[in-house]
Ligand binder design. Structure first.
Ligand SMILES: NC(=O)c1ccc[n+]([C@@H]2O[C@H](COP(=O)([O-])OP(=O)(O)OC[C@H]3O[C@@H](n4cnc5c(N)ncnc54)[C@H](OP(=O)(O)O)[C@@H]3O)[C@@H](O)[C@H]2O)c1
Length: 315
């Protein structure tokens, strides 16, 4: 099984190099900001968000919208705006306490549900076979949808085996298009693979320039499980948005620090889900597919790695 995984992993690397794994969904960006770097012109701009093919054949956008802390009316407004400017992947979780707001934002956007890639996550307190089935039903009810594109075990705690079995059944019943995990270390993923009938499509983990995940990154690259970055901007910690190294790279490409960060994730083949409460930032963050970081930029960014979490309080 592992060898098979590795071969598929190699195939993925080849895909990433040649970009042949990516398809592109064309969207139209709304009116842009007028920032010095990274802004977009005040005209409608056509943009494509590449997709990655997950191990079960489902296509997932490489760039999406994170919603942690965006609750109530703020959540509704932000999700609706994010969809209006072109995001199709929306990431939420039971523990964010905003599934109803996300659902309302989707409704207000007027988009066809089928055009979205909607992720939610099973919280630790709901682990186990029966609880997982109930928690899933609660989540989709709050979101106002009848299926999820992606459902993740939020953390490797509790009865993971029971949860995974329930998720496999929900997946086979057509209620979830793809199932995966979040915050799993390589050993925890391997343990799950010992009994899983369905290989997780995703492992969503903390990844940003200050925590480049140099153990999980190569591990996931050589597996069938796609890596997804949470807090792709380290949630603004460690003064990321005034980092002089990133600013210098951005200046060279006429791009903002945020755009350099997101482009870096994309070039590493990682799905990223930045959050923003500002429409101008939402647009700016989508505008990363018209430039390329060169090898020396990638090497310079590699030197920013602190090889540790920026969220020690969540340990
Ligand atoms: N699985 C997990 O355990 C887990 C854990 C944490 C997060 N997540 C997911 O990952 C998503 C993203 O992570 P996150 O919310 O922690 O933070 P993040 O996306 O790393 O950073 C968000 C911060 O960046 C700012 N920002 C966004 N775009 C910007 C731009 N272009 N210029 C300057 N500032 C900008 C935002 O401020 P403004 O609002 O002012 O734009 C906000 O303060 C979450 O929302 C959630 O969906 C998952």
């Amino acid at each position: 099984m592992k060898m098979e995984n590795q071969l598929k992993g190699i195939k993925r690397r080849e895909f990433l190099k040649g970009s042949s794994k990516f398809a592109a969904a064309t969207i139209f960006m709304g009116l842009g900001s007028s920032k010095l770097f990274g802004g977009v012109s005040a005209t409608q701009k056509k943009i494509s968000i590449p997709t990655v093919t997950l191990n079960n054949g489902v296509l997932m956008p490489m760039l999406g919208f994170g919603t942690n802390t965006l609750k109530d009316s703020l959540g509704v407004r932000c999700v609706s705006e994010a969809i209006s400017v072109g995001y199709r992947l929306i990431d939420t979780a039971h523990i964010y306490g905003n599934e109803e707001a996300v659902g309302e934002g989707i409704k207000q956007s007027g988009i066809d549900r089928k055009e979205l890639f909607l992720t939610s996550k099973l919280w630790v307190d709901d682990s186990g076979y029966e609880n997982t089935k109930k928690a899933f039903e609660t989540s989709i009810k709050k979101l106002g949808v009848d299926y999820l594109d992606l459902y993740l075990i939020h953390r490797p705690r509790g009865d993971v085996k029971g949860s995974w079995q329930a998720m496999e059944e929900l997946s086979k019943a057509g209620k979830i298009r793809a199932i995966g995990v979040s915050n799993f270390e390589p050993e925890q993923l391997e343990e799950l693979m010992g009994y899983a009938k369905i290989v997780p499509v995703i492992n969503q983990i903390e990844t940003h320039v200050f925590f480049q995940e140099n153990i999980s990154y190569p591990f996931l690259k050589s597996s069938e499980t796609q890596m997804e970055a949470w807090s792709p901007f380290a949630a603004g910690r460690n003064e990321i948005f005034t980092n002089q190294t990133l600013a210098a790279i951005g200046k060279k490409h006429q791009k903002s620090i945020a755009q350099v960060c997101l482009r870096w994730h994309y070039q590493r083949g990682i799905v990223a889900i930045p959050r923003s409460s500002q429409k101008a930032h939402m647009i700016e963050n989508l505008n990363i597919f018209d430039f390329e970081l060169v090898e020396s930029d990638m090497q310079t960014i590699a030197t920013l790695d602190l090889n540790t979490t920026q969220f020690p309080e969540w340990g």
